[in-house]
Structures are given as structure tokens and as C-alpha cells.
Design a protein around this ligand. Structure first.
Ligand code: SAH
Length: 464
């Protein structure tokens, strides 16, 4: 963060604008919108005769003096003159008064963000001075995306805040209620402009809502790594969570989407450290939900594919706890898409099998004959440690040693690597390229598409 974002209350407080041009006038308007008592120093030596129309701000027709700064909570210098702006900025800095010299970031101690104003909702966007045009584009996007009556909705909620607080003592229950209000029919009614019916519904809701909070667990798939591959449902669950239990494969970028005040509990495996036993995780999830909290259990990929999500759901349901499962993009689908390997394709593969290469005792316990059969793609999870055994068993069971393979490491992330070869050379492909976890093995003719994306499909088929 290059600058520290805060919303400063200037209501009734003195602010100074130095300068006389339209930039200065714009800053006067901005400060007045925020309720500041604005003084403008015009910096002119020759006092004008005509009176200023500028009613709400005080205008001093004289040059800026160093001693001026001490009386103000905030200063803009918009003189249009580099030396003069520097003089104002230096005086303000010396007195520790926040100062912005318009269009001179090097002189300024604060910047004015791009602002989306849906009063009382205010959105401020900054690029830390690096790309103001990008910040303005984002502003435009928000301006067009956000409902026009968003400010009304906030004001509407504000008018019921005290009543809701009186009716519902529990903080979590109150938050859940507000969530329902904003994303349900009441919020829609306000945004439509129908505040009368929204008000009626709101009153009956408050009268009914003296029920205790009910906990819930969302078992959520976080996708394969790229945070933009989260589902909207995952995002909503994360933003409403009281507590998030997450695994090693859940990236920090994904965790950034969790509600800021949500508690974050790591329950994954780290090499060399003791892992929290599954029973303990199950018990924790249940306990927190029974205490009325909104729990998110966040797992890499899809929770029901090699993720023990099924065990957790069964444990919770057996205790009568409400559970919602949110699917995620599983590693095979994510890695295949990112590497542009179609998992099935006419003429190459009519089936795809998700396999775990994890070995309980020594070697993966799999039906090699079934896996070796022609015309299917194998997507092997947790397979790199056993790459040599997997290749040997598949070849023994009849799979062609020349079958193309690809290995996708850190699929969908910035660190993604894809290496390709043949089944016969799989172990060397993995060790020779120092492939580390997480990595997915994809075995089958379809991987040719990635290995040689430029070759036309006919040539590809001929090679099979
Ligand atoms: N539930 C998860 C899988 C958990 S098992 C899912 O649906 O994707 C963990 C294995 O998934 C890893 O060993 C690796 O084989 C695979 N995997 C997960 N994320 C991956 C990624 N970004 N790139 C490659 N493989 C990944």
C-alpha cells in the first residue's frame, strides 16, 4: 500500500485552499461537499474590487503566508505555480498538516482519490499515484455498475439501525439479518424506488426476528489457485463468514476475499509439521456452527474430489447442523483449461478418469487394467511422488509406452509450468524438470494438443 486509505471527517472543521483558478474552485467544492469550513487564499497582491460570489467560503485576497497553515485541518495548494505550491507544501509539512499540491504528488502528503459518490456510500480509488487514468476507468466502471439508488439503500438501512439493534441483541444474528435485507426483496424494493413497501416489510421483519442465530457451515471449493476462478457463491460465503478453516492449497489471494474481520484458521498439512487430524477438524467445524457462527470450510479445487469434503459433511449432518456445499473448479478441469488440454475430444478420448496417485502403504492401490484401457484420459492427482510406479504399472497393464503425457505444476497460477513427454519417460519428465507439488499428471492422446498447439488437428490424429 503506497498510501493509507481513510475517510476523514471534515464536518465543521477549517480547511484551506490556496489558489485562484478553476482547480482551486473544484477543491473548494469538494471540501464544501464534505462539510468543511473552507478558506481560500487567492494569492493575489492586487485585491479585486468586485465581491466574491463564493458565499460559503471565506476568501482572503492576499498572498499565502507560512503562518497560515497552523489554523487548518487540511490544505490544498492549487496555485498553478510550482515554486509557490512548494512553498505552501513545505509550510504545511513543517506544521504536520496534511497537504495536497494539485498534480504534484512529490510535494503532497495525501492524494485525492477518484471518488464514486452515492452519499452516504463513498468509494475512493487510488493507484498510489502510479496510474491515475486506470483509477478513473475503475471509477467509471463502478459508476455504471452500481445501482443509482445505492445511497438511498444505505440511508434506509441507517434509519432502521437502532430499531434492529434493539430487537436483536446478538451481533452475528444482526449481521445475518442485514445480509438478507440487502440481498433480498427489501433491498430490491429500495433500489427500485419503492420505499413504502420496503419500510412495511422491514417493520414486520424486525417484529419477527427475535429468534436466536443459527449456525451454518459452507463447505466451499476454492478452485485450483487463480482467485478469479472462485464461484460467486464461494465469494458470498467468504464475505459473510465469521470463521474460515482453510487448507494449504488455498492461495493467499483467495483468502483475501474473506470478510476482513473473519477469523482465519489454517488446518492444512505443512511438510514437517504435525497435521490436524480429520476428527479434530470435524469437531471444530461442528462446535463453531453450534455456537451460532457462519463457518466456511474452504478447500482447494472441489471439496468432493480427493478432499475429504464428504466426511466433513457427513459428520455435520449427523449432528443436525445445516450444511451447504459450494462446488469448485477441480484441479483437473482448471489445469486442463489453463494448459489448453481438452480432457475429452472426439477421436482421442471418450472418457476421463480422475485418479489419486496417493499411496497409503508403498504403492497406489489401483485397478491398473481398467486405467490402461485405450480411449480415456487419466487425470492423476497427488501423483508426482509415484510417477515411476504409475507409468510402469500402466505399461505392464497394456497402455502404450508412447502415450503422450503432460504434467501441470501450479496450474492456473502465475507460477504455472507445463511439461510434456511420453508415458515411458514420465518419471524423468517429473524429476528432470524438478516438478514439485501441487502438480497434476494428464495421460492420454489429448495432451498432444498442449505439447504441440500449432499442429493442426489432422496431424495430431495421425500421430496417435
Ligand atoms: N480437492 C482438490 C484436490 C485435492 S488433492 C481438487 O478438487 O482439485 C491435491 C492434489 O490436487 C495435488 O496433489 C495436485 O495433484 C492437485 N492440484 C491441486 N491444485 C493444483 C494446481 N493448481 N496445479 C496442479 N495440480 C493441482
Amino acid at each position: 500500500m503506497k498510501t493509507f486509505p481513510i475517510f476523514l471527517s471534515l464536518r465543521g472543521r477549517p480547511a484551506l485552499v490556496v489558489g485562484d483558478g478553476h482547480m482551486a474552485a473544484a477543491k473548494v467544492r469538494l471540501l464544501r461537499d464534505a462539510g468543511a469550513r473552507v478558506t481560500r487564499i487567492t494569492n493575489r497582491d492586487d485585491p479585486r474590487v468586485e465581491p466574491h460570489q463564493d458565499d460559503a467560503s471565506r476568501v482572503l485576497d492576499r498572498p499565502f503566508r507560512t503562518a497560515d497553515v497552523t489554523a487548518y485541518a487540511l490544505i490544498y495548494s492549487a496555485t498553478g505555480d510550482a515554486l509557490e505550491d512548494a512553498r505552501v507544501a513545505a509550510a504545511a509539512r513543517a506544521a504536520n498538516v496534511p497537504v495536497n499540491a494539485v498534480d504534484r504528488p512529490a510535494l503532497s502528503t495525501f492524494i485525492t482519490p477518484a471518488i464514486v459518490d452515492r452519499d452516504p456510500i463513498t468509494i475512493a480509488i487510488s493507484s498510489g499515484g502510479t496510474a491515475p487514468v486506470l483509477a478513473r476507468q475503475l471509477r467509471l466502471k463502478l459508476e455504471t455498475d452500481l445501482p443509482r439508488r445505492l445511497g438511498r439503500l444505505a440511508a434506509f438501512a441507517g434509519s432502521f439501525r437502532a430499531a434492529v439493534k434493539n430487537a436483536i441483541a446478538d451481533f452475528g444474528a444482526r449481521r445475518a439479518l442485514w445480509d438478507d435485507i440487502f440481498s433480498g426483496p427489501i433491498g430490491e424494493a429500495v433500489l427500485r424506488g419503492d420505499e413504502t413497501s420496503a419500510r412495511e416489510r422491514m417493520i414486520s421483519l424486525i417484529n419477527r426476528s427475535v429468534t436466536p442465530p443459527r449456525g451454518i457451515v459452507h463447505v466451499v471449493g476454492a478452485g485450483p489457485g487463480d482467485p478469479e476462478l472462485l464461484t460467486l457463491k464461494a465469494l458470498q460465503a467468504l464475505q459473510r463468514a465469521d470463521v474460515v478453516f482453510y487448507d494449504r492449497l488455498v492461495s493467499a489471494d483467495v483468502m483475501d476475499f474473506a470478510r476482513r474481520d473473519a477469523e482465519r484458521v489454517f488446518v492444512g498439512k505443512t511438510p514437517g509439521n504435525p497435521t490436524m487430524p480429520q476428527e479434530e477438524i470435524n469437531a471444530l467445524l461442528a462446535r463453531r456452527a453450534q455456537a451460532g457462527e457462519r463457518v466456511v470450510r474452504l478447500k482447494g479445487g472441489d471439496p468432493f474430489i480427493f478432499g475429504r469434503g464428504g466426511e466433513e459433511v457427513a459428520h455435520l449432518r449427523a449432528r443436525g447442523i445445516e450444511v451447504v456445499v459450494v462446488p469448485g473448479i477441480t484441479a483437473a478441469a482448471g489445469c486442463a483449461a489453463a494448459a489448453q488440454i481438452p480432457l475429452t475430444q472426439r477421436d482421442h478420448a471418450t472418457a476421463v478418469t480422475f485418479v489419486t496417485g496417493h499411496a497409503q502403504n508403498g504403492e497406489p492401490d489401483l485397478d491398473w487394467r481398467a486405467l490402461a484401457s485405450f480411449g480415456q484420459t487419466l487425470a492423476i492427482y497427488m501423483g508426482i511422488a509415484q510417477a515411476e510406479v504409475i507409468a510402469a504399472r500402466l505399461i505392464d497393464a497394456g497402455r502404450d509406452p508412447a502415450t503422450p503425457v503432460s504434467v501441470v505444476e501450479n496450474g492456473t497460477t502465475d507460477q504455472q509450468r507445463v511439461v510434456s513427454g511420453t508415458l515411458r519417460g514420465l518419471a524423468r519428465l517429473v524429476s528432470g524438470n524438478n516438478i514439485t507439488s501441487p502438480a497434476l499428471l494428464i495421460i492420454g492422446a489429448v495432451t498432444l494438443a498442449a505439447a504441440d498447439a500449432d499442429r493442426p488437428v489432422e496431424a495430431l490424429q495421425a500421430a496417435v
